[in-house]
Write a protein that binds this ligand. Structure first.
Ligand SMILES: Cc1ncc(C[n+]2csc(CCOP(=O)(O)OP(=O)(O)O)c2C)c(N)n1
Ligand SMILES: [Mg+2]
Length: 371
């Protein structure tokens, strides 16, 4: 299996072609029928969740939302490759990966509805909180993995997600450099979705691939077709295994560049038609990971139209339940904005809180909250 990560950085790993056929020489990863169908179901759930979340934002029921459509294969494929003791360190678009790791969809909705409690990860879920400052989670992931190594744990890998844009940040280089030097059990997973808001991949770096940047830090970088969930699963699994149990003379970390596309806007605050051509979007939509896996599962008799209808009904219900649960949750008290930032509130924040309480007393909560 580790052969998957030992290759040239531009030798892209593929299992399924755009028609869901297994490409020549590729091996379907070792997942049983139920797991393969579960992969499909989770990708469909993520897609439907995404559509509904964008619609909720348009209706004013969510503040801002970063859509993931197009990226389901990379998220679900990689997250399914983690074992029960492994950790996930996300960026801000990993709603599907976080779901696989155990974060309820309701929590993701609460967060983007502006409730910090949405970022409260359940105690038994090995997941870090959403990181919006680009690349800031990368040194955190290296630190976590280093701490684990210093404690001689040896049974945990730390998977960290970030975007193509993040590879231009100092934190990316510092995080990967330390990972190489301290030989930490990390998997750095770059979701190269071709755009960093309006900045295209070509403006991000003159390097031929993003994966090759890992070579400068002494460990493997590998490209994978990020719209092929089976290829993503295989590569991530191999990288996780290497992180925990490297061969003689081999370093633990790997950087995976998952080449993919975001079909929608960067966030609901963005209009992508201003900076990219519809033709480009259509070109990538032909690579959609969901019909690709569906065709493969149908052809190999693991899925039929009846099962797909059942999955679609189940997905609809689960998304509706998550939305109802999120909307039924009592709104947080506005003073929570001031809490949980510092262990001890600094004077200037105390002053702002006092001022906030005074205008609240003067005008009443009705004037502060939207309808
Ligand atoms: C340090 C920092 N600088 C700028 C921003 C504003 N910002 C938010 S998302 C983004 C683009 C990130 O692109 P990429 O890393 O490719 O991730 P993607 O959103 O495409 O998944 C920028 C510049 C930020 N959040 N943090
Ligand atoms: Mg990007």
């Amino acid at each position: 299996m580790t052969a998957t990560v030992h290759r040239e950085p531009d030798d892209m790993v593929r299992v399924l072609d755009e028609d869901g056929e297994v490409v020549d020489g590729a091996e379907v990863p070792d997942l049983d029928d139920d797991e393969l169908v579960e992969m499909y179901r989770t990708m469909k759930l993520a897609r439907r969740f995404d559509e509904r979340a964008v619609s909720l934002q348009r209706q004013g029921r969510i503040g801002t939302y970063p859509p993931l459509s197009g990226q389901e294969g990379a998220q679900v494929g990689s997250a399914m490759a983690l074992g029960g003791d492994d950790w996930m360190v996300p960026s801000y678009r990993e709603h599907a990966a976080s779901l696989v790791q155990g974060l309820p969809l309701k929590q993701t909705l609460r967060l983007w509805m502006g409730d910090e409690n949405g970022a409260r990860v359940p105690e038994d879920v090995n997941l870090f909180t959403v990181a919006v400052p680009i690349a800031s989670q990368i040194p955190h992931a290296t630190g976590l993995a280093w701490a684990s190594k210093l404690k001689d744990e040896e049974d945990k890998a730390f998977l960290c997600y970030f975007g193509d844009g993040a590879t231009s940040e100092g934190d990316f280089h510092e995080g990967l450099n330390f990972a190489g030097v301290f030989d930490t059990p990390n998997v750095f997973f770059c979701n190269n979705n071709q755009w960093a808001i309006s900045v295209p991949r070509e403006k991000q770096t003159a390097s031929k691939t993003l994966a090759q940047k890992a070579e400068a830090y002494g460990f493997e970088g590998v490209q994978v077709d990020g719209m092929d969930p089976l290829a993503v699963y295989a590569v991530t699994k191999a990288a996780v295994e290497k992180a925990k149990d490297p061969a003689e003379g081999e370093l633990r970390p790997t950087m995976i560049e998952a080449v993919q596309y975001r079909f929608g806007a960067h966030t609901t605050a963005d209009d992508p038609s201003v900076y990219r051509e519809e033709e480009e979007v259509q070109k990538w939509k032909a690579k959609d990971p969901i019909p690709r896996l569906e065709k493969f599962l149908k052809r190999t008799d693991r899925l039929d139209d009846e099962a797909i209808t059942d999955i679609e009904e189940d997905v609809e219900d689960r998304v509706a339940d998550a939305i109802a649960a999120a909307e039924e949750t009592p709104r947080p008290d506005p003073v929570e904005m001031f809490q949980n930032v510092y262990a001890e509130m600094p004077g200037r924040l105390e002053k702002q809180l006092e001022w906030f309480q005074s205008i609240r007393a003067e005008h009443g909560d009705e004037a502060l909250l939207e309808d």
